[in-house]
Design a binder for this molecule. Sequence first.
Ligand code: FNR
Length: 191
Amino acid sequence: SRHKIAIVVGSLRKGSVNRRIALSIQSFASTTLECEIVEIGDLPLYNQDLDGEPPAAYVRFREAIAAAEGVLFVTPEYNRGVPGALKNAIDVGSRPYGASVWDKKPAAIVSASPGGIGGFGANHQLRQLCVFLNMPTMQQPEAYLGNVTDDKFDADGCLKEGPLKDVVVRIADAFAGWVGLILRGRAVIAE
Ligand code: FNR
């Protein structure tokens, strides 16, 4: 049976290259993973005062992540760091204290940019968040996708044939393998 994966995209814009990379991975991994994009654009800024009476958007988001067997982050880099919308979503999912929906979920991080550095800074910040959140995060292949421009995609938003597509297919296959490994309990995760 296919593992259920929540994809969290760090960009809110319609024409996002990261969203299109996410949709491409959803398609390339479709025999092994059932990927669904969980939206983050409607989440109010995290406020601890709301822990007792959470907004509906927090509840919806937390339930969607909790129901997934793994999480794939696909994000741009903003000012060499994690975009605020994504950081906010991670904070929302991590609370109330002791009820983090991220805990123990196998994860992978993909960053994409039209620039040459491929979102390296955001990717590494996010990786460190995953350490703290106790998410066993795929180590290889690393996924810093540079020079990701509109011309790399077809009209349906899927990657065209080419070296970038080959890299992303490899990432998708490796992630499916990683999720399977973790869920079969072949790697030890701290309580
Ligand atoms: C950017 N961009 C950018 N790119 C990059 O490689 N490193 C960076 O630090 C930044 N910083 C940054 C800050 C802000 C506020 C914006 C809006 C943009 C450019 C960014 O990679 C580009 O806009 C991508 O197209 C954004 O990803 P999506 O929306 O296409 O997925």
